[in-house]
Design a protein around this ligand. Structure first.
Ligand code: ATP
Ligand code: MG
Length: 371
C-alpha cells in the first residue's frame, strides 16, 4: 500500500465520520416526520361511513329546494354524552330565507353540517323536496349546496382557480359571472393580473372582505339551489361587512337559504327566524312576530341594542372626557403659568433686595464647585 493511499483512506474515513455526525439532527427530524405521516396516512386510508365519492343514491333531475328537518335527534359521534338535538323540527320553503339564531354552542352550525350530510342523524329525517337525504347521491346533494362559512379557506393559486374549486370544469365566463354576483369583479379587475392574481398561502395576499367575496363566488359558481351562510360576515369590520352583506343579499335571491348571523340586524328581513335553544327550535316567526312575543329572540335583540347604545355612549363619554381633560389641562396650564409668573415676579423682587455681599459669596461658591 502506498503512502498516498493510506492518506486518502485516512481522510475519507475522517470526512465520512464527520458527515455521519452532522446527519444526526436530520435523522431525528426524519423520524418525527415519519411519526406524523403515519397518522396522516391512517386518516387518508380510513373508510368514511358517508362516502362523498359513492356512485350510489338517487340523482333527481330537478330540484325545488325545500328543506325539512323532521324530529331530528343528534349527538356528535365523538361526544355521545352531549345531546345536541332532541326531536328538532324546521322547515325551509323553497326560495325562502330562514335565519337560525340562538346562544353559542346550541347547534346552529350543526344544522348546516346535517343538511350537507357530514354526519348522519340518530333519529328523525332530513328531507329535501320530500326525499330523505340518505337516499340521495351524496356528490349530487353537495353540488346543490353552496356554503359560505365564517373563515373563508382559500388555497394557494390564482383567484380564478379558487373560484373554480366550486365547480368541476367551470368556464372563465362562469367564474366571472360568479365574481360579479359576489360583488368581487371590480376589485379583481383592478389587480394587475386580474383573475390570474396569486392569492398566496391561505389567501394571505388579500383582505378579509376580499377573501370572503371570493368564497361567496366559489359557493355560487355552481349555481346552487341551496345556500348555507354560517356567520359569513362575523370576521369582518363594519365597512367590509356591509359590502359582503350586499353581495350575500344579491346572491340569496331565488335560492333556499339558511343563514346564521351573530348581528341580528342583518337577519331582520328573513322570511322566518328560528331560535335554537335546548336542542329544539324554541321560537319561530318573523322579526315582528318574535319581538311581539317578547321571548328569547326579543331578549337577544335588546341585549345587542343595549350593547350598541353602550358602545356609542362610551365613545361619546370618551370624546367628552377627552375634551374636558383637554380644557382642564389648559386650565391647569394657565394656572401653572400664573403660578410660575407669580413666582418669577417674587424671585425678581427678592433678587432686587439681596445684598451685594451675598452675590459675591454665591459667585465664589459657584466657581469653587466648578473647579
Ligand atoms: N365536531 C364536533 N364534535 C363534537 N362536538 C361538537 C363538534 N362540533 C360541535 N360540537 C359541539 O356541539 C355543540 C353545538 O355546536 P355548534 O358549532 O353547532 O354551535 P353553534 O350554535 O354554531 O355555536 P356558535 O354560535 O358559537 O358558532 C357544542 O356544544 C359543540 O361543543
Ligand atoms: Mg357556529
Amino acid at each position: 500500500m502506498t503512502g498516498g493511499a493510506v492518506l486518502a483512506t485516512f481522510f475519507s474515513v475522517l470526512i465520512g465520520a464527520f458527515a455521519v455526525g452532522q446527519a444526526g439532527p436530520a435523522m431525528e427530524a426524519i423520524s418525527s416526520g415519519q411519526g406524523a405521516a403515519y397518522q396522516i396516512f391512517e386518516t387518508i386510508d380510513s373508510d368514511s361511513e358517508i362516502d362523498p365519492l359513492s356512485k350510489e343514491g338517487d340523482v333527481p333531475s330537478s330540484l325545488e329546494g325545500t328543506i325539512k328537518l323532521s324530529k331530528v335527534s343528534f349527538r356528535y359521534p365523538s361526544r355521545p354524552d352531549a345531546q345536541i338535538f332532541e326531536q328538532l323540527n324546521l322547515k325551509v320553503p323553497a326560495g325562502k330565507t330562514v335565519a337560525v339564531v340562538g346562544p353559542s354552542g346550541n347547534g346552529k352550525s350543526t344544522i348546516m353540517h346535517l343538511v350537507q350530510r357530514i354526519y348522519d342523524i340518530d333519529a328523525g329525517e332530513i328531507l329535501i323536496d320530500g326525499r330523505n337525504i340518505k337516499s340521495l347521491n351524496l356528490k349530487w346533494l353537495r353540488q346543490q349546496i353552496g356554503l359560505v362559512s365564517q373563515e373563508p379557506v382559500l388555497f394557494s393559486g390564482t383567484i380564478a382557480e379558487n373560484i373554480a374549486w366550486g365547480k368541476e370544469q367551470a368556464s372563465q365566463e362562469e367564474i366571472e359571472a360568479a365574481a360579479k354576483a359576489a360583488n368581487a369583479y371590480d376589485f379583481i379587475s383592478n389587480f394587475p393580473d386580474g383573475f390570474n392574481t396569486q392569492v398566496g398561502e391561505k389567501g394571505a395576499q388579500l383582505s378579509g372582505g376580499q377573501k370572503q367575496r371570493i368564497a361567496i363566488a366559489r359557493a355560487i359558481v355552481k349555481n346552487p339551489k341551496i345556500l348555507l351562510l354560517d356567520e359569513a360576515t362575523s370576521a369582518l369590520d363594519t365597512e367590509s361587512e356591509k359590502i359582503v352583506q350586499e353581495a350575500l343579499d344579491s346572491v340569496k335571491t331565488g335560492r333556499t337559504t339558511i343563514v346564521i348571523a351573530h348581528r341580528l340586524s342583518t337577519i331582520k328581513d328573513a322570511d322566518l327566524i328560528a331560535v335554537v335553544n335546548g336542542g329544539v327550535i324554541a321560537e319561530k316567526g318573523t322579526h315582528d312576530e318574535l319581538m311581539a312575543k317578547d321571548g328569547i329572540y326579543a331578549g337577544m335583540v335588546r341585549v345587542q341594542q343595549a350593547g350598541v347604545v353602550e358602545k356609542k355612549k362610551k365613545h361619546h363619554k370618551k370624546s367628552s372626557k377627552h375634551k374636558k381633560k383637554h380644557s382642564k389641562h389648559s386650565k391647569e396650564q394657565t394656572s401653572t403659568t400664573t403660578k410660575i409668573s407669580d413666582k418669577t415676579k417674587e424671585e425678581n423682587e427678592k433678587a432686587k433686595n439681596v445684598p451685594f455681599s451675598r452675590w459675591v459669596i454665591e459667585i465664589q461658591v459657584l466657581i469653587a464647585t466648578d473647579f
